[in-house]
Design a protein around this ligand. Structure first.
Ligand SMILES: *[C@@H]1O[C@H](CO)[C@@H](O)[C@H](O)[C@H]1NC(C)=O
Ligand SMILES: *[C@@H]1O[C@H](CO)[C@@H](O)[C@H](O)[C@H]1NC(C)=O
Ligand SMILES: *[C@@H]1O[C@H](CO)[C@@H](O)[C@H](O)[C@H]1NC(C)=O
Ligand SMILES: *[C@@H]1O[C@H](CO)[C@@H](O)[C@H](O)[C@H]1NC(C)=O
Ligand SMILES: *[C@@H]1O[C@H](CO)[C@@H](O)[C@H](O)[C@H]1NC(C)=O
Ligand SMILES: *[C@@H]1O[C@H](CO)[C@@H](O)[C@H](O)[C@H]1NC(C)=O
Ligand SMILES: *[C@@H]1O[C@H](CO)[C@@H](O)[C@H](O)[C@H]1NC(C)=O
Ligand SMILES: *[C@@H]1O[C@H](CO)[C@@H](O)[C@H](O)[C@H]1NC(C)=O
Length: 147
């Protein structure tokens, strides 16, 4: 039971487990332990998400490449297929309250950096334990292996 080494995350999942549903168009904060999410190399989002039957399959961890669905338009993060924002944005962080925000410092057209924030719940979804966005699906692993 390796996941017992993550008591805070599992407690948060237990809270969500009472009423989760699969969601295909945004709305992952209902089904994923977003408060314990991590962001690596500015664009890899990792977290626990509920699959269709945790009794059978247990809790798996998912990594999603946000470059597949977020771009940088003149210093503003926005949702677009294969936007690859991490090529022109830096110092990205995630922060949560009732949702999970991505905040980066992004180049604008005049060569300055602008701080920009995007609510990831508008875009990222959970499908059976894998986080996804637009046409991109994250993978599933057993433990949150570091990148
Ligand atoms: C997250 O997105 C879902 C689906 O769009 C929406 O129903 C829900 O209200 C959103 N939650 C927050 C906290 O924004
Ligand atoms: C989960 O899987 C178990 C074992 O196969 C089964 O008994 C249970 O009904 C399943 N739960 C749901 C919600 O599908
Ligand atoms: C996005 O990138 C993926 C993988 O690189 C590629 O297969 C797909 O065709 C691209 N989508 C668009 C709309 O360019
Ligand atoms: C990124 O963060 C570092 C350390 O806080 C800071 O020195 C640097 O100016 C920041 N870069 C941008 C483009 O915001
Ligand atoms: C997330 O962003 C929204 C605006 O997009 C803002 O109202 C909210 O305070 C932000 N939350 C956090 C934790 O940064
Ligand atoms: C859900 O995930 C489980 C475990 O990875 C897998 O066995 C099952 O086939 C998946 N169900 C669907 C509908 O993809
Ligand atoms: C999932 O993706 C992450 C990021 O690319 C990678 O480090 C990890 O090895 C992958 N895990 C599996 C089981 O594919
Ligand atoms: C979830 O983790 C279990 C235990 O390692 C593994 O057997 C299963 O294949 C994982 N599911 C996925 C979809 O990676």
């Amino acid at each position: 039971m390796e996941f017992l080494s993550h008591p805070v995350i599992i407690a948060a999942l237990g809270m969500f487990a009472l009423g989760w549903v699969a969601s295909g168009d945004g709305g992952f904060v209902h089904d994923c332990a977003y408060a314990g999410a991590s962001l690596t190399d500015n664009h890899w989002l990792g977290m626990y998400c509920l699959n269709d039957n945790v009794t059978t399959w247990g809790y798996n961890y998912t990594w999603l490449d946000l470059d597949g669905c977020i771009g940088n338009n003149a210093g503003q993060l926005f949702v677009i297929e294969n936007g690859s924002y991490s090529g022109t944005c830096t110092n990205c962080t995630i922060a949560h309250d009732t949702t999970l925000n991505l905040t980066c410092s992004c180049w604008d057209t005049t060569g300055h950096h602008i701080i920009s924030t995007l609510d990831l719940n508008t875009t990222v979804f959970d499908f059976n334990g894998s986080a996804g966005c637009l046409s991109h699906m994250g993978n599933k692993t057993w433990e949150p292996e570091s990148l």
